[in-house]
Ligand binder design. Sequence first.
Ligand code: HEC
Length: 196
Amino acid sequence: MTDMARVFAVLVAYVAVIYGLTANAVADDMEARVASSRVVVMELAKNLKGYLKAALDSPISIEEKLLICKAGAPEATSQVIEESGFDIGRTSLRVRNRNNAPDGWERAVLKRFQARKDAGEKISDLEHAEIINLGERRLFRYMKAIPVGEVCLTCHGTALNRDIVVALDKLYPEDMARGFEIGEIRGAFTVIQGIN
Ligand code: HEC
């Protein structure tokens, strides 16, 4: 081997090692971000369930129950945002509160979740993570699908009680989150972590 070829071979090996390390570090970083996103999603789900249970268990009118959800959902969400430093929320292709409407990226992921479900995947397995470049900034984004369960039908189902319809029409005139059935995708949790 000539000196030149030797230098070149060493250089190639060196670059391969650095590249390998970097690729590993990126994969590790991605995994850590997915793991921490799962934790905050669980935390938010737990907080929201607390508000929902309080509303459903109280001997109050359905409108008052809905008002607890209306105030409780953003309250539970900002608590978790404050504790974690991540931006987190819930979204759906059919929202009740337009503040929860998906942005373009979220809409595309929600549509892919629906296609994956239609192709036979379990809703509990539907999650997606990606690094997004936004000009100078890089963001880690994560979404996890939310299934419709039995308890959700009272306020999101097909055969809604008349009082609920009246209260929903009053509080959410643009409501699109009715007519769901058990086993459908209700929406998704969505997390953003700033990288730089
Ligand atoms: C007591 C009625 C009630 C029940 C039961 C209920 N929700 Fe909701 N849900 C609401 C209200 C009200 C909102 C709008 C909250 C707001 O203004 O931010 C909402 C909003 C949501 C959102 C946010 C997206 C959007 O449409 O604005 C998701 C996701 C959601 N609900 C899922 C569920 C799931 C899953 C269940 C069952 C585990 C459930 N809900 C049970 C009343 C209810």
